[in-house]
Ligand binder design. Structure first.
Ligand code: C2O
Ligand code: CU
Length: 508
């Protein structure tokens, strides 16, 4: 055999193995395999839980999935996939207690769905292809119906091939307003990242490459993948300024629709977190000027404009180079005269993010006894040919071990991250109470549907199995989910009549 060839082969083997070793301590194996054995006993998820409007006010919307050239700013344009031609899709606003009907029409050349992120709704309305419905084929339609029960900030996005479809713009916000809103003024900010100046890089080749350039904040992959940051679909000086007068207070709803965590810095003393993942948090009067928001997460803050001078809310310059995420805060008369380039973000005065005050309403007053216990270990592997894989208990979906529950169970999930990247883990159809971090019980637990688990961290969460169905629990960096980091909360006595792949190309 040719010596040179053997030499380069060895180097490649070393690089790949090195990359793999770098991300994982324990040895693990993985293989993408056939869809999991699906049980077919009991009741179909189509026969449980559907809701009727009855006396409720009905709010009806139409969303059409369509292609659109989307202008991110004066010199950046992308081929986007959109709901109704804009990125984000139009905000859907309803009032708590309303009955919501959304007609989805698919005018794209690929199948799509809509998932209602954070909503507690009937399983068959959850929008997960292959699990709760068949993907909606080109030219076809589907109607989603549910009761908008809890006021708060939610969002919607396609759950078909999400790593691509959400990336290309198939998302928008869903706001459930309180009957009696606490703030007169409010604004939604959906954050995202795009690969505009470069091809989006694939995780297939990143393993070896990332060894040299690991930034250590658990975001190395996304930082390499994307070059442009957007707020409501716009970047840099195309971002719509927030118009407020000095002393005025508004509710700002932040939704991270991207796959990278963002750390937004506010003027000092101007911001207080009031809700996380749609749940009100206890406000203790202390204020941080830094807001960390994980992929998929929603955080609402009360923001007060401090003075007469133009202000800015923007990505922390100490952890991020400038990729265009700055929101100008201007008064009405400054609106046309301020200069975007002169907005300078102060560095964070505090590393505290203000999201750990605990929730106003808890699911459990005290740490409960659990009926089901599941240890979810998150890790990373390398597959020859496939590149990186992202594993739950050393397996990639659909081979990951399910979380089997019976209705009424209290479920305890201990989540550990033994890899080197961040994993925002999101549970569909339920909320969980985060009881402890790294073995330390929280004095004030927080109720959420997404927990950002960073390398080396361990969280224990509890939830009540009170919404029958088949529900995903997965990493909301959908590039990771796409490569395996997904499992299912599987209720006994129900089954999904849908299949992964197959003629509908269902790809959750
Ligand atoms: Cu935003 Cu599976 O969810
Ligand atoms: Cu992840």
């Amino acid at each position: 055999m040719n010596r040179k060839w053997v030499g380069s082969f060895l180097i490649i083997v070393l690089l790949v193995f090195g990359g793999w070793m770098f991300f994982n301590s324990p040895f693990s194996t993985s293989k993408q395999a056939l869809p999991a054995e699906v049980k077919t006993d009991g009741t179909s998820i189509l026969d449980i839980g559907n809701q009727k409007a009855e006396e409720r006010p009905v709010k009806t919307f139409s969303l059409t999935a369509q292609e659109k050239e989307w202008r991110i700013n004066a010199d950046k344009q992308v081929e986007a996939w959109t709901y109704n031609g804009t990125v984000p899709g139009k905000p859907l606003r309803v009032t708590e207690g309303d009955f919501v009907k959304v007609h989805l029409k698919n005018e794209l050349s690929v199948p799509v769905t809509i998932h209602w992120h954070g909503m507690i709704l009937p399983n068959q309305m959850d929008g997960v292809p292959g699990l709760t419905q068949d993907a909606v084929q080109p030219g076809e339609s589907f109607t989603y119906e549910f009761i908008a029960n809890d006021a708060g900030t939610y969002w919607y996005h396609s759950h078909q091939h999400s790593s691509k479809q959400v990336d290309k713009g198939l998302y928008g916000s869903l706001i459930i307003e309180e009957k009696d809103p606490a703030y007169q003024k409010e604004q939604i900010f959906m954050l995202d990242e795009w690969a505009v100046d470069q091809e989006k890089q694939s995780l297939t080749n990143m393993g070896g490459m990332m060894m040299g350039s690991m930034s250590g904040d658990g975001e190395a992959d996304t930082k390499q993948m994307y070059d442009t940051l957007t707020v409501n679909g716009k970047s840099g000086n195309a971002i719509e300024p927030l118009q407020m007068e000095a002393g005025e207070t508004a509710r700002l709803r932040f939704i991270n629709a991207g796959y990278q965590q963002h750390r937004l810095v506010f003027p000092e003393g101007s911001m207080e977190v009031i809700a996380a993942d749609g749940e009100k948090v206890v406000t203790d009067g202390t204020s941080s000027n830094m807001l960390e928001i994980a992929p998929g997460e929603r955080i609402d803050v009360a923001f007060t404009r401090q003075g007469e001078e133009t202000e800015v809310i923007g990505e922390d310059p100490t952890t991020e180079y400038d990729r265009g995420m700055k929101i100008p805060v201007v008064s009405e008369k400054e609106a046309d005269s301020f200069s975007y380039d002169q907005l300078s973000i102060s560095s964070a005065a505090s590393q505290e993010t203000g999201t750990s005050n605990g929730s106003e309403e808890l699911l459990f007053k005290e740490t409960p006894e659990s009926d089901v216990t599941y240890h979810m270990d998150l890790s990373m592997g390398m597959d020859m040919g496939e590149g990186m894989s992202f594993q739950i208990n050393n397996k990639v979906f659909p081979d990951t071990p399910l979380i089997p529950v019976s209705e009424g169970d209290v479920v305890k999930v201990r989540i550990t991250n033994s890899g080197r990247l961040n994993h925002p883990m999101h549970l569909h159809g339920h909320r969980f109470q985060v009881a402890s971090k790294d073995g330390q019980a929280y004095e004030n637990p927080i109720v959420k549907d997404l927990i950002h688990v960073k390398p080396g961290e361990e969280y224990t969460v509890y939830f009540k199995a009170d919404n029958k169905g088949e529900w995903l629990f997965h990493c909301h960096d959908n590039n990771h989910a796409d490569r395996g980091m997904v499992t299912i909360v599987d209720y006994q006595g129900v089954y999904s009549p849908f299949k992964l792949d197959g003629e509908h190309s269902n790809q959750p």
